[in-house]
Ligand binder design. Sequence first.
Ligand SMILES: N[C@@H](Cc1ccccc1)C(=O)O
Length: 487
Amino acid sequence: MPCTTVLVGRKASNDGSTMIARTDDGHFDVKKLIKVTPKDQPKKYKSKISHVEIDLPENPLGYTSCPSVDPKEGIWAATGINEANVGMTATETITSNPRVLAADPLVVYQKAKSRKEKDVPGGIGEEDIVVLVLPYIRTAREGVERLGKLLEQYGTYESNGIAFNDEHEVWWMETIGGHHWMARRIPEDRVVIMPNQFGMDEFDLKDAFDKQEAHLCSADLKEFIRDNHLDLNQDGKFNPRNIFGSRRDMDHIYNTPRAWFMGRYLTPTGYSWDGPNAEFTPESDNIPWSLKPDRKVAAEDVKYMLSSHYQGTPYDPYIGRDTGCRGMYRSIGINRTGVTSICQIRPDVPDAIKGIEWIVFGSTTFGAALPVYTNVSVMPDYLSKVTLDTSTENYYWSSRLIGALADPCYASTVQNIERYELTVMTKARTLIREYDRKMTESGNFSLTEEANEKLSAMAKEETISTLNKVLLTASEKMKNGYNLADN
Ligand SMILES: N[C@@H](Cc1ccccc1)C(=O)O
């Protein structure tokens, strides 16, 4: 199932912050936002899918998490920021190819076939990675290093992209087969755009095996490539996407169009994206992994890209002149998203308030991004008290209701949704500014919980108001409506 990731270097953002963001597109997964305190963190971890058991280090840090509400599926923490102001998002499912997967097979759980045999646990995967890594790292680079060791020791049963950020750096890591991996510190002035495809298109092997300033990888990666004849590059350049990635017809309807729309949004003047002579089309295999944006990027831009559905192009599933291309490519804003988070680490505020997590539940296209301070001991009920039953008493289900009601009457509700989104982000930014100032001046950083309560109370008020409007519009559009009335 498909996610979309956006990473923003500190010199590409409007406020010098680093941002890592991802739509966690399971299958309508019921999600919540909680704070995991050190006492909540397990000492021994067992995966539901792979049955792997892992002893965890002592002294974990507290961290925010967006777990699945249904415990029988496992935790699936998805994303979070820890108390050392390090963010993590896992995972962006990526692609590989048969050469890689045959050379280093995925480590899949083997159930015993008879009583004489024993189950053989599999490796680690998306279900597990945040819980195994985020509580134990104090920099983004340490996240890569810890996860790299876990992959080499336990292996993985799937191909994943994982992002880490701290105040200064953003690191992107991609797994290769069952045990190999590579990771890059993203260029500070760039934005990385990632659909569900192996993405890195450049990698400095010299740095990776020398100073390791911005590149890290499995120690035997060069031999792995050589001995298994994996390198398809003709031009002598080292393009990992051509070695470890995919180039399928499906990629051209499911993945490359998403990169195309985001690149086109970020740097409309940097390349030609439209027309018969476009440098990059929705089906190009060489859309750059990272781009220098024409304008600095704010959280609103990240939210826009992760909500997008090819607006202004023939591929928009909702509106626009129908040329027969409507909906032909997989939108970034999709119906089945459980949660989308932007983990933002800010440079110009005290440590206690550097971490801000912007949360959208349900389909991002119809949701509002609500920022909350992450250094708290508990999250507001509106964000954290979620059950498997539909309700208007929490942000998750209310967002799902708005999306399901607004989608069928998009043209009639799009203005409500845009106003909702703008109002929530404006009021939230106003509250964050007020509390940043209050806490910085007073040194009383316990006000983060009071701030989050006010933020979620505001979100609840705006969400109910929007739900009322969207429900009325959807009701007016019901097929059994009748224009004549009694009087
Ligand atoms: N990681 C998956 C999304 C996913 C989320 C939750 C459960 C399973 C899968 C993707 O990138 O598409």
